[in-house]
Ligand binder design. Structure first.
Ligand code: CMC
Length: 425
């Protein structure tokens, strides 16, 4: 594109190229700004900073559009599986039948943990948050598979191992917390069915058969979480990966970034909030008044990018309805959630600030219906986000022009001063 942006500064004029994306999103290319002008840009929270060009995911926050490799999220949620969507995100195209078969077989083949690694679970206290276990165990994968220390995007084993074992680690951390023996994967089950088996099988009970409706709902949940372009955790994975740290180290850092309540931890925070409202008498209007007077925050609402609706939340609301009625569950928290949404959608405070339910608002309701405890919600988010993190890591590592991520700053501290020994201060 020939258009340029002009910067007038210090009696000089500088021209910077405009870069245009597939859907005409535009950016000022400032790659030579500091060299040409001595200036840097200041953009806390990176609200206006494009960290990279990417072919993976497109979001239009105004119109509520989310595409993975060009495919609308609604179509993938309705028709694809998590394994197929993972392949699409990581390798750029939908797999043909043979490719899908081979990929699924690799995931099955890599589902077991090294027995020594299984013993690591015994070292964690029973009160440990499963996200602490998850990030530690993923980092530990690099200790058990030293061939992964050298980042290699063409090594399918590193990728399949991570996708498959993360699910096993997640389920094991839950079983350990229950004080129960871990359940080994069963090769005849698919990705999501196997996870439900490892979570809920009990050695004293008949063989666990995953409910197809639960398997479908889990597939949808994981697909909806699979990527969301340059969010906090994905940016973390890219930044850590840019130092040439190994894949497992980079993903472990992403898991830690996801843990926070303003990011993936919001799904747990939503259920905690709904419980508080219920325990305080269940009046959403009073709660919303407190949100407006900034005493409380409405978790599961608002988004940095979506400003009219989050397409993922709309799909999840439908699936929450579907699963609750299939399982004959009457969840009072779901009723409170619906009332909160009704208040928010008709109140100027929320309308003016464009605050709509995000993906975390209804996901917790579905996890609850499946019997997944609150502490595991963010772990499920991480399980879903794995293919997106891998896809971004791979895209970055395959880019010959990539350089180590290293933002600058404007220093506002003290000017140079003399050191004084502690006895003279
Ligand atoms: N409850 C009440 N007020 C809010 C909320 C909320 N959840 N979110 C934003 N606002 C208000 C905020 O106080 C501000 O008001 P004012 O202009 O009067 O000061 C205005 O809306 C703009 O908010 P912001 O904080 O500038 O928005 P942001 O883009 O920096 O933050 C957010 C985005 C997601 C961190 C924020 O909306 C939030 O804290 N939401 C609750 C946590 C949550 O649900 N997080 C999950 C996000 S989706 C999953 C993921 O991708 O991680």
């Amino acid at each position: 594109m020939d258009q340029k942006a002009k910067l007038e500064y210090d009696d000089m004029s500088y021209e910077m190229p405009i870069v245009e994306g597939t859907y005409a999103e535009r950016a000022i290319d400032i790659r030579t700004l500091r060299k040409d002008t001595g200036l840097i840009t200041l953009d806390s929270g990176y609200m206006n900073t494009g960290a990279t060009e990417s072919e993976i995911t497109f979001i239009n926050g105004e119109e509520g559009i989310l595409l993975y490799r060009g495919y609308p999220i609604e179509q993938l949620a309705e028709q694809s599986t998590f394994v197929e969507t993972s392949y699409l995100l990581i390798y750029g195209e939908l797999p043909n039948e043979t490719q899908l078969e081979e990929f699924s077989t690799m995931l099955t083949y890599h589902s077991m943990l090294h027995e020594d690694m299984r013993h690591l679970f015994d070292g964690f206290p029973s009160a440990a948050h499963p996200m602490a276990i998850l990030s530690s165990m993923v980092s530990a994968l690099s200790a058990y598979y030293p061939d992964s220390l050298e980042p290699d995007t063409h090594n399918q084993q590193h990728i399949a191992r991570l996708l498959s074992k993360l699910r096993t680690i997640a389920a094991f951390s839950y079983q350990k917390k229950q004080g129960r023996p871990v359940q080994y994967p069963r090769n005849e089950l698919d990705y999501c069915g196997n996870f439900l088996h490892m979570m809920f099988s009990h050695p004293a009970e008949p063989l666990y058969e995953p409910d197809p409706e639960m398997v479908r709902a889990l597939n949808v949940l994981l697909i909806l979480h699979a990527d969301h372009e340059q969010n906090c955790s994905t940016s973390t994975v890219r930044l850590v990966g840019s130092s040439q740290a190994n894949l497992y180290a980079a993903i472990s850092a992403g898991i830690s970034a996801l843990w926070g309540p303003l990011h993936g931890g919001a799904n747990q925070a939503v259920i905690d909030m709904l419980r508080e409202i219920r325990d305080e008498g269940g009046d959403p209007k009073t709660f919303m008044q407190q949100v407006k007077s900034r005493e409380r925050r409405l978790m599961g609402f608002g988004h940095r990018v979506y400003k009219n609706f989050d397409p993922r939340a709309m799909i999840l609301k439908k699936y929450a309805d579907r699963l609750l009625s299939h399982l004959h569950i009457n969840d009072e928290l779901f009723d409170i959630a619906r009332q909160l949404e009704d208040v928010a959608l008709s109140d100027d405070y929320f309308i003016e600030r464009k605050l709509y339910p995000n993906v975390d608002f209804y996901s917790g309701i579905i996890y609850r219906a499946m019997g997944i405890p609150t502490e595991m919600f963010t772990v499920l988010f991480a399980m879903g986000r794995i293919p997106g993190w891998i896809a971004h890591w791979k895209e970055m590592m395959d880019d010959p022009n990539v350089r180590i991520g290293r933002p600058r700053q404007i220093y506002t501290g003290a000017t140079r001063r003399e050191y004084v020994p502690v006895t003279d201060r």
